[in-house]
Write a protein that binds this ligand. Structure first.
Ligand code: GLU
Length: 453
């Protein structure tokens, strides 16, 4: 692991002590604190008034019971979470994740990262995250609807367009947002479009929101490549995952002439050496809600198409020049990073939140691989959520082109501010330090102005 500056060591010890066993949260805090030594050396004022201690402590954490009845008339209980991490920049903003692995530590790490990511967008949004350990896999549409309604029946009292604005994340897409928005409207008797983002296009959703995280990561990764006078054209690319982030990364990379040869889900990964057929992936994942293994069945074996079952290999064994991990946290290990480096990887753009372990990040940086951390590279999704909020607030609706152009500009600004900040603090090319410092300063300054709250 990297080093935490002596002056910040006590803060980290305290985070560990009061958040026992929350490994992912510790990991996310540690990474930021490792970057902040350079900031407090230059600006000791940030050590005053327990500012950094306050940034590491969520403003509010809500945990609640979510009872719902399944299709067999059995009552099920899940646990719901919303961690309202930091509102210095604006209303809490961040997605909801429905996945059996969800617990308070995971939501806290995501909310912490979200705070800096949202600050990097330059838009007025604070940081939060929520979700449930509900597993949508294999559940009927009616079950998902009843779950979402029950979840919102508690959560609605903590939300509001000026208070807290959730969106989607793993397991939460337009269908779930629709059920939750409907229930919020019913409970509050208010058509408050700006209370949720990632909405359907017929009731206040934004064009380009669905594509935004994947497109944004592609813009960011391309900007990193361009600092070395490189581009996607002619490069082999591996994108893990097969949700929104992965699908629209593949789409944009292909438009720049990159060849995406593999993607994955929890069943395993599929390889198509001549380049993935994106229409087929969309059909499998977006229309049928199926598994990537079906790709092989529909395309036929041979001709460079094959499927590797989960646990029998890693998608990062597939040689590529650009890797875009877009599945989940800690999916790319130190061992995977070494394999990628051996195979000649030049750039890594994180589409998911914290997909690379600290060992993997260190290996990439030591090998001179351009590494774009999620809190910068995948900020396009939440940035476009903020654009959705702007459209809702002005009761307007922008074209796809206008929204995408704004997204491209925001991603360029995020790239440049991480790049410049890294240079300013003596670590040129280190986007991790650049993102952590640039995000931190944007959150710290309003907090200093507000006094001790
Ligand atoms: N869940 C996404 C993220 O990790 C999007 C959040 C949002 O749009 O509020 O940034």
């Amino acid at each position: 692991m990297g080093q935490i500056d002596d002056k910040l060591e006590g803060i980290f010890d305290e985070v560990i002590r009061r958040n026992t066993g929350e490994a992912e949260f510790h990991q996310a805090v540690r990474e930021v604190l490792e970057s902040l030594g350079r900031v407090v050396a230059k600006h000791p004022e940030y050590l005053d008034k327990a500012l950094i201690e306050r940034i590491c402590e969520p403003e509010r954490q809500i945990i609640f019971r979510v009872p719902w009845t399944d299709d067999n008339n059995q009552v099920n209980i899940n646990r719901g979470f919303r961690v309202q991490f930091n509102s210095a920049m604006g209303p809490y903003k961040g997605g909801l994740r429905f996945h059996p692995s969800v617990n308070v530590g995971i939501i806290k790490f995501l909310g912490f990262e979200q705070t800096f990511k949202n600050a990097l967008t330059g838009l007025p949004i604070g940081g939060g995250k929520g979700g449930s350990d509900f597993d949508p896999k294999g559940r009927s549409d009616a079950e998902v609807m009843r779950f979402c309604q029950s979840f919102m029946t508690e959560l609605y009292r903590h939300l509001g367009e000026y208070t807290d604005v959730p969106a989607g994340d793993i397991g939460v897409g337009a269908r779930e947002i629709g059920y939750m928005f409907g229930q919020y409207k019913r409970l509050t008797n208010r058509y408050e479009a700006g209370v949720l983002t990632g909405k359907g296009l017929f009731y206040g959703g934004s064009l380009a929101r669905k594509e935004a995280t994947g497109y944004g990561n592609t813009y960011f990764t391309r900007a990193m490549l361009q600092t070395g006078s490189e581009d996607f054209d002619g490069k082999t690319v591996v994108v893990s995952g097969s949700g929104n982030v992965a699908i629209y990364s593949i789409e944009k990379v292909q438009s720049y002439g990159g060849k995406v040869v593999a993607c994955s889900d929890s069943s395993g990964y599929v390889v198509d050496e001549s380049g993935l057929d994106l229409d087929l992936i969309k059909e499998i994942k977006e229309v049928r809600r199926g598994r990537v293994s079906e790709y092989l069945r529909l395309k036929g074996d041979g001709n460079g198409v094959y499927f590797v079952k989960a646990g029998e290999g890693s998608i990062w064994d597939v040689p590529c020049q650009v890797a875009m991990p877009s599945a989940t946290q800690n999916e790319l290990t130190g061992k995977d990073a070494k394999t990628l480096i051996r195979n000649g990887v030049q750039a890594v753009g994180e589409g998911a939140n914290m997909p690379s372990t600290p060992e993997a990040i260190r290996a990439f940086q030591q090998a001179g691989v351009k590494f774009g951390p999620g809190k910068a590279a995948n900020a396009g999704g939440v940035a476009t959520s903020a654009l959705e909020m702007q459209q809702n607030a002005s009761r307007d609706r922008w074209t796809f082109e206008k929204t995408e152009a704004k997204l491209a500009e925001i991603m360029r600004d995020i790239h440049d501010s991480c790049h410049e900040t890294a240079e300013e603090y003596g670590v040129p090319g280190d986007y991790v330090t650049g993102a952590n410092i640039a995000g931190f300063i944007r959150v710290a300054e309003p907090m200093r102005a507000f006094g001790v709250i």
